[in-house]
Structures are given as structure tokens and as C-alpha cells.
Ligand binder design. Structure first.
Ligand code: ADP
Ligand code: MG
Length: 251
């Protein structure tokens, strides 16, 4: 049974005189890959920022587990993880260090332990390292724990970023153009990884420019243009939608 994990109700985001997102309604359900497409500047990244709490809606509400417009750290503890349009890794940090950063939300729950009980702290650190190995294995990066992240290829850095988001065992994973800069083969490998996330019980919100990837993996697609939702439905229906074709072809 699909459950509504997050509910966006009439959300708008304004930057000065510009409405980056306008009165969008959207539900994120468990066990699905929701695709978001739209031309550049449509408001896709801004909407993902709302979903991860980085951007507070100017109007409307975003509800997760009964919390309205929760801040990023609360969202993370409720199981919302994300990656960014441009890869954001620690310069000079190893793959392991970069992935461990993602585990801090859970570690903070044991702050008292960390401060007063070094033995317990050591144990939880060990658990984090174990979890990091698990997620690196999941994204096909096993054995690269001690490589400096700057030395990795773009594809590998994206995988590390995804591993970091997976550390909190997210219920919802937000991906902003995970195949940007990839060749067709790399894009299809990313598509496979996204499907694997879904099979692991994670709802994926995928902002994607690559129509081939999107149509291959998304079960439901929302189309944005000029901040507004202009269509929502099954991928096959969306590909034929007149407004969608116009928005893409500049009609
Ligand atoms: P997309 O990801 O679909 O390309 P964005 O959400 O990045 O679109 O941007 C939507 C619109 O909001 C664009 O016109 C963009 O220039 C504007 N915008 C995005 N972020 C900001 C910001 N922090 N300040 C001002 N304008 C912004
Ligand atoms: Mg964007």
C-alpha cells in the first residue's frame, strides 16, 4: 500500500519579484520514483530545496509526518536525504570521510554519549563506519574508502554523494539531475542505481533533464514550467501531453 510520505500544499516560493515556484500541489508516496522535469529555470531545484527544508515556502505548506515546513535537520531525522545539482564533497577528504558526514544526524542523537561516555562513542563511531561501508557497497564504490574524493571521476563523486545521503536510511531520497555531465552509458548505470534505491524501499524524487533516464525509471512524472505544475501523470501520457511538448520545444 502506497503511503503519503510528504504533502506539498499550494506551495509558492518568491525571490523578490520572481515566483520561482507557484501554487504547487504534490504528494510524495512510498515505493515510487517520482520524476520532475521542466525547462531550465522552471523551479525544479527550488522545489527540491523546499522538500529538503533548505527553502521555506513563501506561501503554502509542506507537511511531513504531521510537521509543517520543518527545518532541514528535522527533515533529515524524519528520513529525507538529498544530493545537489553540483556535487558537494569535502575537498581533500577521503571517500569514507565524505560518506561519514552523512551519518551525523543519527550520531547527534547520542550527543550525551559522545560527550560523557567515550566507550559508547567509540561503538557508535564503529557502527557509522560499518554503515558507510554498506552504503558504499550499495553504490558500487566498495574498496575505494581511502581514495581522496577529488581524485574520483564525476560519476564516482556522484555515487559518493548518494552514499552520503543514504547514511541516514532515508525514506525519501531527493536527487537533483544525478546524470548531468554523464555519457549515455553512465546515465543508464545511474538509472539502474536509482531503481535499486526504490527496490530497497526508498521513495525517490528525481529531477532529471535526461528524458531517456526519466522515462525509463519514473513511475509518475510532474512537469514544471515557469514555477507552475503544468502536468502530472504516467510517463507515457506525459510524453504525449501538448503543453509539455510546447514547453520543451518553446512553442
Ligand atoms: P530549475 O532547477 O528548474 O532550473 P531553479 O529552481 O533553479 O530552476 O530556479 C527557478 C527560478 O528561480 C529561476 O528563475 C532562478 O533564476 C530563480 N532562483 C533560484 N534560486 C534563486 C535565489 N536563491 N535567488 C533568486 N532567484 C533564484
Ligand atoms: Mg535546477
Amino acid at each position: 500500500m502506497k503511503e503519503v510520505l510528504a504533502d506539498i500544499q499550494q506551495v509558492s516560493v518568491r525571490f523578490g519579484g520572481l515566483w520561482a515556484v507557484r501554487r504547487v500541489d504534490l504528494q510524495i508516496r512510498s515505493d515510487e520514483i517520482l520524476g520532475i522535469i521542466g525547462p531550465n529555470g522552471a523551479g525544479k531545484s527550488t522545489l527540491l530545496n523546499v522538500l529538503s527544508g533548505l527553502q521555506r515556502p513563501s506561501e503554502g505548506s509542506f507537511v511531513v509526518a504531521g510537521r509543517v515546513n520543518p527545518p532541514p535537520w528535522v527533515l533529515a531525522s524524519l528520513g529525507v536525504g538529498r544530493s545537489f545539482q553540483t556535487v558537494r564533497l569535502l575537498r581533500g577528504g577521503t571517500v569514507m570521510e565524505n560518506v561519514l558526514v552523512g551519518g551525523h544526524v543519527h550520531a547527534d542523537r547520542n550527543l550525551v554519549d559522545i560527550l560523557f561516555r567515550r566507550r559508547v562513542w567509540k561503538r557508535s563511531e564503529q557502527q557509522l563506519v560499518e554503515r558507510a561501508r554498506e552504503v558504499l557497497n550499495f553504490v558500487d564504490m566498495a574498496g575505494q574508502e581511502s581514495v581522496i574524493a577529488d581524485h574520483l571521476s564525476l560519476q564516482e563523486r556522484r555515487r559518493v554523494e548518494m552514499a552520503r545521503a543514504l547514511m541516514i536510511r532515508p525514506k525519501i531520497l531527493l536527487l537533483d539531475e544525478p546524470t548531468a555531465g554523464f555519457n549515455p552509458q553512465e546515465s543508464l548505470q545511474m538509472a539502474d542505481l536509482i531503481v535499486r534505491c526504490k527496490e530497497a524501499g526508498i521513495a525517490v524524487v528525481l529531477v532529471e533533464h535526461n528524458m531517456r533516464v526519466l522515462m525509463r525509471v519514473a513511475e509518475r512524472v510532474m512537469v514544471m514550467d515557469n514555477g507552475e505544475k503544468i502536468a502530472e501523470g504516467l510517463p507515457e501520457a506525459i510524453a504525449r501531453d501538448k503543453r509539455v511538448v510546447e514547453a520543451y520545444l518553446g512553442g
